[in-house]
Structures are given as C-alpha cells and as structure tokens.
Design a protein around this ligand. Structure first.
Ligand code: SF4
Ligand code: SF4
Length: 404
C-alpha cells in the first residue's frame, strides 16, 4: 500500500485520501463498545453515523472498495468530534485525529457550502480579533430581528454580545504571591465570555496568585476540528508562546475545548494546563460564603471528560457553592453544540440538544453548570441565562465577588 491514494468520488473530482489513516482504521475490532456512547448514533439510529460505521466507511474508501459517496461523506461529516467513543474504545482509536485528517483532505474537493463558510469564518474572521469583534457587533445589532424567527435559540444571549471592559493584563494578589498563572482569553470567548475571564482572574488573585492575562487570540481548536490542521497547530503554538512568555506555574484555560487542544499541542517543557475551578480545588485559597439556592446539575464538557484534562477535582468545590447537586442522566453525553457544529449541522445539533434537554428535565434539576463556552451557549438557549452558569460564575457568586 502506498503512502497515498487517489479515490474516485461520485459526481466529483478524484479525492486524495492519505493512507496514514489506515493503521488506526485497521485497529477497529468491531466490538461496538463505542455505540452506546455516540450521540449521533443515538439521535439517528444509523450505523453510518456511529464510530464503528464511520471507521468501516473510511476503511472501505482507503482500501478502494468504495468511493466517497454523498451518503458516506454525510455520515463522516456528522461526527461531533465529542470524543466519547475514544473513552470506550479498547483499541485506543482517536476519532478526533481521524476526523481532522479526513476533513483536511476532503474539505476543498466536496465543495460543501457550509464547510466552505466554516473555513472562511475560521481563516478570515475568527483568527482576527478586530474582524471578529466587528462581526459580533453586527450580530448584536441584528440579533433582536433574528430572534423573532423560530430556530434562532442558539444566538448568544443579549448580555453576552454587549461589549465589556478589557481584562487587566496583570492582577497582583494582596499579600505574598503563591505563584504565577497566565489565563487564555481566547477568540469568541474573549467577547462572549469576558465576564467569566474577569471573574476568574479576580478569584485567582484573591487566592494569592499573580495573574497574567496576555492578548486575546484563537487557540486553533476550531480549526483542528474543521480539518484546518496546520492552522490549528499554528494558532496553538502562538498561544503557547504568549501564555508562557513569562515563567508561570500554570496556564489557566476556562474552556474545555481550548484546553484539550492546547494540551495536545504542548511541548514537554510547557507549564501544566488547568482551569480556575480545578486550580482552586487543588491548591486552596477559595472559601464559599453562601450556597446558591436550588438543585444544580453539573455537565462536565466532553473535551474535559475524554481528554487528559482533570475532570473530577473541581466538582467538590462547585458542590460546596450550591444548595444541592443532582446527577444528570447520561451526563457524559454531548449537548450537540460542539463548536462550529452548531452552525454547520444545525438540524442534528438541535436534535442532540433536545435530547440533552430531556435528560435535564428527567434530573429534576433547576439549573446547570457547564465549563465550556459552546456548551454554555447551548444551555443558555435551552434554559435561559439565569439557569445556566459557568463554574467561575458560581464560585464568584458564592464567595461574594460581584461581576464587573
Ligand atoms: S467523536 Fe462523538 S460523534 Fe464522533 S463518532 Fe465518536 S462519539 Fe460519535
Ligand atoms: S469501540 Fe473501538 S474497536 Fe470497538 S467498534 Fe468502536 S471504534 Fe471499533
């Protein structure tokens, strides 16, 4: 088998599929342990939209037994890259890497409008803070009109689109510093979740950390998932350079998707990655003064559960801030937001979101906590902003820290 092959595409030009995919594809033993974990399989009931089905389809293509038909492409493109199948797979197959490689090689050939729009947004808007800000200003102006149309529940809440004061570049603790951390501001999150970055920086400074906040910029996670692999690596490398320009003990990333991507692009001498809640739970310095009333479900983001990020240490500190914590049924299942997926595959994303909402209703919770910006936007759309909170908002409110 050569290093690459040309594969016939139905109704289109030949598509190049790199045979480097083959070893991972051959590792699948068809056990099906991944099927119960896969949200798209749950939502559609179709083997073609399961991890096993996707791997079998890709293998058929790279072994030249089949071409990339529209049906095969659709099944592959509908993967959320939530990585739930990776935790279940005894063969250690990385669906994240398989999908990034597939999308990298097929994106331009298929001429899919939504995929092209996604690439354009990622390359010419999201990677450029000024353009992104201008674009979000436009969304802010148009959003009252857009909200009257059905199906626009995923638009960010009004308060998220409002411009916020800049986050200080440096916050010093009041006494002797226990160490130094730097915080990722991100790209879309820098506008929509700036309040959370302010709160995180103040919580950490109050706990005794010297807090550095470098300039905003994209980490490349969205690029990687869209198959813009080289751009994903380039942005991650730029963020690592900014975040570790000074000597820091930790890099703090309060977005699980970004944290997991940066973790995958980390050098051996890079500082460790954590998030605000995990760091405070691990190192101390946080005291809850009151409990937020009600029954709270905690939704741990997919990329925190299924990567090497710490997904458990922070739970106890969130529990100490709320009146009651309740379990979400199948809490490891994706909410369907999955970054740009929410825009690219709206119908399936909304169906998976509806399934997540049904699980929430069954839990009898009043509200939910989620530490990933995309998931939180989804939950705010489903439940309203007062019933969906980021963990740093919970800690801030419980410890008497007022928003900016
Ligand atoms: S990454 Fe998620 S959506 Fe994709 S195959 Fe795995 S479980 Fe299914
Ligand atoms: S769990 Fe892994 S080996 Fe088993 S069917 Fe799924 S992808 Fe294949």
């Amino acid at each position: 088998m050569g290093s690459a092959q040309l594969v016939c595409v139905e109704g289109g030009p030949p598509m190049k599929i790199d045979a480097v995919m083959i070893p991972a594809l051959k590792d699948c033993v068809h056990c099906g342990l991944c099927l119960p974990e896969c949200p798209t399989y749950h939502a559609t009931g179709r083997e073609a939209e399961s991890p096993r089905g996707r791997i079998a389809a890709l293998r058929g293509v790279v072994e030249e037994r089949s071409s990339v038909s529209d049906a095969i492409h659709d099944g592959l493109e509908s993967c959320l890259v939530c990585r739930a199948c990776e935790s279940a797979c005894p063969s250690g197959i990385s669906m994240e890497n398989l999908m990034a490689r597939y999308r990298e090689q097929t994106r331009n050939v298929r001429g899919d409008f939504s995929a092209s729009l996604e690439s354009w947004l990622l390359s010419y808007v999201i990677s450029h803070p000024r353009r992104l800000n201008a674009c979000l200003n436009l969304v802010r102006i148009l959003s009252p009109g857009l909200r009257i149309f059905p199906g626009n529940e995923d638009l960010p809440a009004r308060h998220r689109l409002r411009p916020q004061p800049p986050v200080p570049q440096l916050l010093e603790p009041s006494g002797q510093a226990r160490g130094t951390v730097s915080i990722l501001r991100g790209c879309v999150a820098d506008r929509l979740f700036r309040e959370e970055t302010h709160l995180a920086a103040r919580l950490l400074a109050r706990a005794g950390w010297r807090v550095l906040v470098p300039a905003a910029g994209c980490c490349g996670a969205l690029h990687h998932h869209a198959g813009l692999v080289e751009a994903g690596q380039r942005h991650a490398s730029l963020r690592w350079k900014d975040l570790s320009a000074a000597e820091v003990d930790y890099v703090v990333v309060d977005s699980a998707g970004c944290g997991s991507h940066l973790l995958g692009q980390r050098d051996s001498d890079s500082p460790p990655i954590t998030d605000t809640v995990t760091l405070l739970a691990h190192e101390g310095g946080f005291v809850a003064k009151s409990r937020l009333p009600g029954r709270w479900a905690i939704s741990v983001p997919c990329h925190q559960q299924h990567s090497d990020l710490d997904s458990t240490t922070g739970i106890s500190i969130i529990e100490s801030c709320v009146e009651e914590r309740v379990e979400l049924p199948a809490q490891d299942h994706c909410c369907g937001a999955a970054g740009m997926y929410l825009l690219r595959r709206r119908k399936l994303s909304r169906k998976i979101g509806k399934m997540a909402h049904e699980r929430f209703e069954k839990s009898d919770a009043d509200a939910i906590v989620s530490g990933n910006p995309g998931c939180l936007l989804r939950w705010e759309g489903l439940l309203g902003s007062s019933r969906a909170k980021h963990p740093v908002q919970i800690l801030a409110q419980s410890s008497g820290l007022t928003p900016i």
